[in-house]
Design a protein around this ligand. Sequence first.
Ligand SMILES: NC(=O)c1ccc[n+]([C@@H]2O[C@H](COP(=O)([O-])OP(=O)(O)OC[C@H]3O[C@@H](n4cnc5c(N)ncnc54)[C@H](O)[C@@H]3O)[C@@H](O)[C@H]2O)c1
Length: 378
Amino acid sequence: MKKIKVAIFGTGFMGRVHTESLRRLGNIEVVGVAGSTAQRARKFADEVGIERSVGDYRELLEDREIEAVHICSPNALHYEMTMRSLEHGKHVVCEKPLASTVAEAHEMIALAKTKGLANCTLYNIRSYPQLQNLRRMLENGDLGDIRIVQGAYSQDWLLFDTDWNWRVDSGSSRTFADIGTHWCDLAEHVTGLKITSLCADLQTFMKTRKRPKGSVETFKGKNLTPPADFDEVAINTEDFGSMIFKMGDVVRGSMTTSQVSAGRKNRLFLEIYGTKASAVWDGERPEELWIGHRNRSSELLIKDSTIFPEAAQSYSDLPGGHSEGYDATFKQTFRRFYRTVTERGAPIEYPTFEDGLRQLTLVDAVLESSKQQSWIRV
Ligand SMILES: NC(=O)c1ccc[n+]([C@@H]2O[C@H](COP(=O)([O-])OP(=O)(O)OC[C@H]3O[C@@H](n4cnc5c(N)ncnc54)[C@H](O)[C@@H]3O)[C@@H](O)[C@H]2O)c1
């Protein structure tokens, strides 16, 4: 079997998750990695067993054998790396948020289209088996008509002013762009509805943070012992956001998103209330789906794809009771992405740059709404 050769840009949390997940597919070979320096790239390459490493991603773009790239770098680099990769004829998987602005995302979409290249914005959470089960249950009308969509996405890793990451001084939105968009993408994907207007409020509790003099990688930066040597830096990105929204004339919803909620490690909570029944999914217990009834006992469904609606079954590779977690959502997304690389005309069953643009549009609306303290039509 001819393997598809791919490269990874970025050597942090996502660089590692992408590399491992790609290898699980069997038909992909990770042949190169680019880091912010040659030394960082080599260290990562040695740790995960990648032959080629470079300190400048543009070197890998000159390699004609590399068909696709995975952009796992900080957000501010997504646009430049994607545009250059597309110009060199590479298919692109780009981490979320897709770009720094809506205008950049439009350019990225236009170039991918002109070049006829596959493109993905990595809203991977959609690919949890129970969420695809829920999506199909909603399509089948198992919950009746949807009335209320609500939830939260909460983390605690930026709780203290000694917690630092490139995200805290990158872009105009932090918590909403970083994790709130995961929640919105999921809510829209699962329900098949769009947020049509919203009213949001963003809050930055810590107006300054202590930036260590030295680099910090994501989720390795949780400071049990705060840095002795730091710069006090003004912060403009939000720690917390809340939003009420409409999905058309009938459906109403609310959500909060936080990176300062002690004990909430990575809690994406989605609740859907219909005219017949309710459903709740908790990202920290992803194998379960709670179904609420009024006139009989509620149920806790345990993932078992053999009893899922047919369209959801292929999102699970293991028998019921054998957990498939966060990293499996990358494998599922990449499998569908590379199917469209190898089979022209295969259905696009993954989030594309268009979905990335959609979320940036929501980020803009949230920022505008919070600034004006009023409703914004999306
Ligand atoms: N889909 C998800 O669930 C998910 C989860 C976490 C992060 N992300 C996204 O992934 C991206 C990376 O986040 P992360 O958490 O891995 O951050 P990270 O800080 O752990 O890793 C970023 C890496 O990029 C490297 N880098 C910086 N400049 C570079 C350059 N010029 N060339 C090559 N590499 C460079 C850094 O050295 C670092 O290794 C972000 O866009 C983030 O929003 C997505």
